[in-house]
Design a binder for this molecule. Structure first.
Ligand code: GLN
Length: 455
C-alpha cells in the first residue's frame, strides 16, 4: 500500500483508481473483519473525494452510520461531522469506511463488537489488540493507507503494537473530542494509526489544533511537526527499571534491541524508578468506568438508536439497555455507578483522582532530566483469542499504556523487532505534554535505528 505522504501527491484520477483498488482489496480481506462498513463508490462522492482514511466506528461522519460497535446504536446516523473529520476534509482527505472496535472502546482485543471479532492479519488466531483493532488491522493488512483510532487507555498504541504498525496518542486536549463518542471524557484522545512515523506526523498535524467547540480542547500554540522532523536530534531517554520487570522475555528482548539502537544513534539513556506502580491499574479503572457510566447514561432508548420495550418508560429503559449493551459494557456501567455512589465516592473516585495526580507528578520528575521515556506497550506480543479468562486478566495487560492517559501525555508506539513466532514487539516513546515534536523526532530516530522488517 502506498504511504499517506505519497497518496497526498496523487491527482484526482489517480485517487479514483486508488479507491477502486482499495475497494477490491478490502473485499478480498473481508474475513479479517477490519471494516464494519465500506462506502460504495456513489457514497464516496457524497463523503468527499480526498485521500481515503479509515475511521474508527466511534467518530461521527456526517450522514453516515456510527455505532461504536454496539447494538444499542444500530440505525443511528450522525447529523454532523466530528471536528477531526472536518479537518481531514480541509486537508484533502476523506473518511472512508468504518473500522471495527471493542464495544464503546472498552477492551484490548476487538472481540466484543456486535459485528464480531477482527483478526490479526499477521496471525489470524491472535487478537489485533483493541479497542482500535479494526483500524490497526486495516493498516497492517494493506487495506487502509492510514486510519484514525481513539486512545483512552492504550487503544491506539496497543493494537498498533500487536499488528506491527505505528500508533500515536496526542497530548490530552491537542485533538478535538467534538463528535467523538465519549468513553472516558478526561482520558479520550483521537490519533493516527499509520504505516510509518512520518505518516503519523502528517496525520497528527492535520487533525490537531484548538477547537472552540470542545471545552477540553487546549488553546495552546501549535507548530506543525512534519516540516520540523529531525531524527538527528540527540535526546535523553529514560527507562523506568521497575516497570519493565512485568514484561515477557520476548518483549524484554525487543526492549534491549531498541535501547542498544538508540544508544548507537547517539542518544543518552538514563535509568529511573517509579514509586508504587501497583495503584495505576485501579486508579484507571475507577476513573474510566465512572466517566463511562455517566457518558453512556444518555443511551436509554429516548433519543438515540435502537429502542426496545413497549410496556412503558421503565420497560423501555430496561429492555433498551439490557439488549443493546454487551456484557463488558454493562459490567463497566455497574462498576462506574458503584464508585460514584454516595458513601463510596470518597473511598474510590476521589482516591483514584489523588493517585492520578501522584502519577502525573512521578512523570514530571522524570521529565526534569529526560526528553522521552521508552517503555513497552504491552507485557506480551499479541495473545491468542480467548487467552484472557477474566476481565481482570485483560485489564492487567493495560499496565504500560494507561498511566500515560491518566497523566495526559503524548506517546507513540512503533514496532522494533519480532518475537520467536514472528509477531511484532511494539515499544512506546512517551513525551512531555504538548511536546509532540520531540515524540516524533525520537520515534523517527528509533524507526531508523531499528530498521524493523515484518517477519
Ligand atoms: N483497554 C483499555 C480499556 O478497556 C483501554 C481502552 C481504550 O483505550 N479505549 O479501558
Amino acid at each position: 500500500m502506498i504511504t499517506l505522504k505519497e497518496a497526498l501527491t496523487l491527482s484526482s484520477t489517480e485517487l479514483d483508481t486508488l479507491r477502486d483498488d482499495l475497494n477490491k482489496k478490502i473485499e478480498d480481506n473481508k474475513n479479517l473483519g477490519a471494516y464494519v462498513e465500506q462506502l460504495t463508490n456513489s457514497e464516496i462522492s457524497v463523503a468527499g473525494t480526498g485521500v481515503p482514511i479509515a475511521i474508527k466506528d466511534n467518530i461521527n461522519v456526517k450522514n453516515q452510520h456510527v455505532t461504536c460497535g454496539s447494538n444499542i446504536l444500530q440505525g443511528y446516523n450522525s447529523p454532523y461531522n466530528a471536528t477531526v473529520i472536518d479537518n481531514l476534509e480541509k486537508a484533502g482527505l476523506s473518511a472512508y469506511g468504518r473500522t471495527n472496535m471493542d464495544e464503546f472502546a472498552m477492551g484490548s482485543s476487538t472481540d466484543t463488537s456486535c459485528y464480531g471479532k477482527t483478526l490479526n492479519p499477521l496471525d489470524n488466531d491472535k487478537v489485533p489488540g483493541g479497542s482500535s483493532g479494526g483500524s490497526a488491522a486495516a493498516v497492517a493488512a494493506g487495506i487502509a493507507i492510514a486510519a484514525l483510532g481513539s486512545d483512552t487507555g492504550g487503544s491506539i498504541r496497543q493494537p498498533a503494537a500487536y499488528c506491527g504498525v505505528v500508533g500515536m496518542k496526542p497530548t490530552y486536549g491537542r485533538v478535538s473530542r467534538y463528535g467523538i463518542s465519549a468513553y472516558s471524557s478526561s482520558l479520550d484522545q483521537v490519533g493516527p494509526i499509520t504505516q510509518n512515523v512520518e505518516d503519523a506526523a502528517i496525520l497528527y498535524d492535520i487533525i490537531s489544533g484548538h477547537d472552540p467547540k470542545d471545552s477540553t480542547s487546549a488553546d495552546v500554540e501549535k507548530t506543525p511537526v512534519t516540516p520540523n522532523l529531525n531524527a538527528d536530534k540527540k535526546l535523553t531517554i529514560a527507562v523506568i527499571d521497575n516497570y519493565i520487570t512485568q514484561a515477557s522475555d520476548e518483549v524484554k528482548k525487543g526492549f534491549e534491541v531498541a535501547l542498544k539502537a538508540l544508544e548507537n544513534a547517539g542518544h543518552k539513556i538514563i535509568h529511573k524508578n517509579m514509586v508504587d506502580t501497583s495503584k495505576i491499574l485501579s486508579s484507571y479503572y475507577i476513573v474510566a468506568t465512572a466517566e463511562a457510566s455517566a457518558n453512556l447514561a444518555r443511551l436509554d432508548g429516548v433519543r438515540y438508536g435502537n429502542r426496545k420495550g413497549d410496556s412503558g418508560l421503565k420497560d423501555m429503559y430496561i429492555q433498551t439497555k439490557s439488549q443493546g449493551f454487551g456484557d463488558e459494557v454493562q459490567k463497566r456501567i455497574l462498576l462506574g455507578s458503584f464508585v460514584l455512589s454516595s458513601g463510596y465516592y470518597d473511598a474510590y473516585y476521589i482516591k483514584a483522582q489523588k493517585v492520578r495526580h501522584l502519577i502525573k507528578d512521578e512523570y514530571s520528575k522524570i521529565f526534569e532530566e529526560a526528553d522521552l521515556i521508552l517503555s513497552p506497550v504491552a507485557p506480551t506480543t499479541a495473545p491468542k483469542f480467548g487467552s484472557f479468562k477474566t476481565s481482570l486478566e485483560m485489564y492487567l495487560s493495560d499496565i504500560y499504556t494507561i498511566s500515560v492517559n491518566l497523566a495526559g501525555l503524548p506517546a507513540i508506539s512503533l514496532p522494533v523487532s519480532n518475537d520467536k513466532d514472528g509477531m511484532p514487539v511494539g515499544l512506546q516513546l512517551i513525551g512531555q505534554a504538548y511536546d509532540e515534536q520531540t515524540v516524533f523526532d525520537g520515534a523517527l530516530s528509533l524507526e531508523k535505528a531499528v530498521a524493523y522488517k515484518k517477519a
